[in-house]
Every structure is written in structure tokens, then in C-alpha cells.
Design a protein around this ligand. Sequence first.
Ligand code: AMP
Length: 246
Amino acid sequence: MSQCPGVSVENSQTESNVTPGSGGPPSASPVNVVLIGPPGSGKGTQAVRLAERYGIPHISTGEILRSAVRDGSELGRQVAEIMAKGSLVSDELMTDLVRARLKEPDVARGLVLDGYPRTVGQAQALDEMMGRAAMIVILIEVPDAEIVRRMGTRRVCDSCRLTQSVADAFHPDSEPCPYCGGNLVRRPDDEPETVRRRLATYAEYATPVIEHYRKRPTFAAVDGVQHADKVTLAMTAHIDRVARHA
Ligand code: AMP
């Protein structure tokens, strides 16, 4: 298998996948992508791009939870404190949430999962939920020092919810969201102390999750330090290659 810049595909065979339904270019099959990577690795940005390119929903478990917290729902009340600490919500709750989301009709075309699975228990639950449907698992690799730097400049628009990077000399009052004019705010869990805890949590749980997928022919690791456009290119090249053989 040829290799694209920035992508290390760790397996050379191609899985013979059975996937029901329809999908985006270039394959007629659903495109099910699972993104793994530390907080701040660009999963959200890339997930939005992949969702648009393949015409599939972007499912961010973090965003589902944040929206529940904003709405003050029962789920939001249960998870607010856990999220503020940078800890993980229970496997049971997360799996119930994802299971319910995967029952929505839009998922028949495929999906981009961003933020789930985060533990081996969740990965096993996802295998069971997906059944024989193929999953393309992509790991975005970014060193901790780069994550800490990025999180310091990460803001989210409180109106359109787009995540953006701001200059070091950023003044929140004078620089509104360039897309919708909303306020750019720091996510509460992007505060430096919480970022450190989230990275520690990632370090603790991610390795076995990566090992769970690494041997699969549809797994790829992408260098997340390169420009976001190159990351997208590396990902779509991998996805298209896997989809061609599906
Ligand atoms: P994220 O936006 O993916 O970084 O998620 C923000 C926070 O939501 C995390 O720090 C966790 O507290 C919680 N969270 C999101 N997804 C999961 C998951 N799959 N398992 C456990 N906790 C999660």
C-alpha cells in the first residue's frame, strides 16, 4: 500500500467490509470514521471537514455534553462537574448516549465520531454497536507541548460554536467571531490546569484504545502537527483508499 505524506498506515491489507446503506464520495458505502487524539489535536476541526466532504454527520460526544450543560438538562447536571474537572464521564452513560445517537436515520450514510471511544470499554461497546459495519480509525498524533500551546489560544464562538485559534495579543471585546460576529470565549475545560488534567487522563486511557485498533487494516496514524489542510489531505487519502477497497 502506498503511503501519503503525514500518514502512517500501520497495516497493509485491506479489510473486506460489509456496510449497509449509501455514502459520500468516492465510495457508495457508508463512511464510518472514528477520530482519536488528545484534546486540542484538531479532532473537531477535522471532523467538521470530513463530515462536509462525505456528507455525513459529525458526532462529537464533548459537544453533546456541553450542549446538555448549557441547557441545564438532567444529563447536563450529571456531567457538569466531571467535565469541569477534566475527568471522564462513565462508560455506561457515554455508551447509552452514543447508542441513542446511532439510531438516528442520518447515520445510515456514515458518521464521524469525535471524542468516543475514550476507553477500551467504550471501544468494545462501539464494536458491538457497529456490528459488521467498517470503521476507519484515525489517530491524530500531537505532542503535549504543542497541545498546551494550542489550548492557550483556543476559543469557541458562543453563538455559532465554531472553534478557532486566536493571536496571543487577543482582545475579546475588539475581536468578534469572524464568521458570525459572536463572542469568542475560552471553554471552561481549556483553562491551563484543566488542560493538564485532561492530558493526563488521555495518557492514561488512550494507549489501550489505540492498541485495540492499531492492528486493524483500516487504522492510520496522522501527524497532527502539520498544517490543518495537510492533516485533512492525509485523512481523506486514507479514507478514500480504504473506501475503494470496501
Ligand atoms: P471533548 O470535547 O471531546 O474534549 O470532551 C470534553 C469533555 O467531555 C471530556 O473532557 C470529558 O469530560 C467529556 N467526554 C466527552 N466524550 C467522552 C467520552 N467518550 N467518555 C467520557 N467522557 C467524555
